[in-house]
Design a protein around this ligand. Structure first.
Ligand SMILES: *Cc1c(COP(=O)(O)O)cnc(C)c1O
Length: 403
């Protein structure tokens, strides 16, 4: 991913050039008061982002990682208990668990959606855990640890299958926190309520990242937590600000994890464009699907489950020999990425968890085959044509050689 690439993996420059006058006006407004921390710009963004996500409360923080960590810290979860998540995600998901004093447990993802497989979650909770009726808690048999929460990740902008996940959470008395860091604006059709729900509105709380490359990105670091629980939101506001509700009155220790006012102002400007940008990503994704028609055997395109409207943070395909494909595309100046090459249970950082190769076969296979193709709202049709023709050229030549 370089900006000299003919077709970059991600173009962050163009949207900023388009919005430059509005973004500069925000900076000027901030300079006029020098209110760089908190204040009306943060309040306004929080109000608007809560509205966008169909929730009552939004708490702006310094990053998506802080958002996840603060959600766990505020949720009042038993120290040292287990949070069940997936190994096919960015490490921030699990860093937040550990850094909130909790333990990581993995279940595999589903082959079609690359998100938490509810069936495997059910099997883990049913077979590997036992309900201790005296404590009223679910216990993992091998470790004797309490299981307290589920952390589904809406990866690549595609939501996890939330209905069955929420059912399991209810049955076993577990909290659900959503990692919505790649899913701003994604929607899920809940059969239980018969309505479409926004990412970030389905669990007890949800974390969003505004890292520049996300669907809604700051011009620097940023994140937010959404929730319908007002007392939880108040607690998270204290945690982000050294545990104080009032200056120098600290009810607890917290963090320095606030969202800057200028970033909040910039995010408010960009939020007005988010629905349009997401629509552009969906149109591009559907066009990619069409352009790859007939090559399904060699290029597995993303499948959108009928119960979701994804926001295509990434357009991830699966091919054999993906490093060679990346090299082939790089030759003509087409940028690509891999999200993510090494499953978390196979990272050095998590050797102590004791997982081994083969424990999560879907994650492991997917991690070997995935390539993220250029995907951003300003990608043009002709750029897309070129990407697809180069991918087709590659898989065609491989079939010719091996066939
Ligand atoms: C980006 C991301 C995060 C972390 O967000 P930061 O703002 O970079 O801290 C967490 N989870 C997922 C799935 C992400 O993609």
């Amino acid at each position: 991913m370089t900006d000299t690439a003919k077709i970059p993996f991600l173009d962050l420059v163009t949207p900023h050039q388009e919005l430059e006058p509005e973004l500069l006006a925000v900076a000027k407004k901030a300079f006029a008061t020098a209110g760089f921390i908190g204040g009306p710009m943060v309040d306004e963004f929080e109000r608007r982002f809560a509205e966008f996500c169909d929730v009552n409360c939004c708490v702006g923080v310094n990053s998506g990682t802080d958002a996840l960590r603060f959600a766990f810290l505020a949720a009042g979860i038993e120290a040292g208990s287990l949070v069940v998540t997936v190994p096919h995600t960015f490490i921030a998901t699990t860093e937040a668990i550990s850094q909130a004093g909790l333990q990581i447990a993995f279940v595999d993802v589903h082959e079609d959606t690359y998100t938490m497989d509810p069936e495997k979650l059910g099997r883990y909770l049913e077979d590997k855990c036992i309900f201790d009726t005296t404590r009223g808690k679910l216990i993992e048999k091998t470790s004797d640890r309490v299981v307290s929460a589920i952390l589904p990740v809406h990866l690549y902008g595609h939501m996890a299958d939330m209905d069955p996940i929420l059912d399991l959470a209810k049955r076993y008395n577990l909290i659900v926190i959503e990692d919505a860091c790649q899913a701003h604006g994604a929607e899920y059709f809940s059969k239980k309520t018969g309505t479409w729900k926004k990412a970030g509105s389905m669990g007890l709380a949800a974390a969003f990242s505004f890292y520049p490359g996300k669907n809604l990105g700051a011009c620097g670091e940023g994140g937010a937590i959404t929730t319908n629980d007002e007392s939880l939101a108040e607690k998270m506001k204290m945690i982000r600000d050294h545990g104080q509700a009032k200056k120098y009155y600290h009810d607890m220790e917290g963090y320095n994890g606030r969202l800057d006012s200028i970033q909040a102002g910039w995010l408010t400007v960009k939020l007005r464009h988010l629905a349009g940008w997401n629509a552009a990503r969906r149109t591009l994704a559907h066009r990619y699907h069409e352009l790859f028609a007939g090559a399904e055997d060699a290029v597995v395109v993303p499948r959108e489950a009928p119960w979701t409207r994804g926001v295509y943070h990434l357009y991830v395909v699966r091919v054999q020999d993906r490093e060679a494909l990346q090299a082939h595309l790089a030759e003509t100046g087409i940028g690509t990425g891999i999200h993510y090459p090494i499953p978390l249970h196979q990272q050095k950082a998590y050797q102590h968890l004791g997982y081994k190769a083969g424990d999560f076969p879907v994650t492991e296979r997917v991690a070997r085959e995935i390539v993220s193709l250029p995907m951003f709202p300003h990608l043009s049709g002709s750029q897309q044509d070129e990407v697809v023709s180069k991918v087709r050229e590659f898989v065609g030549s491989r079939v010719a050689i091996t066939g």
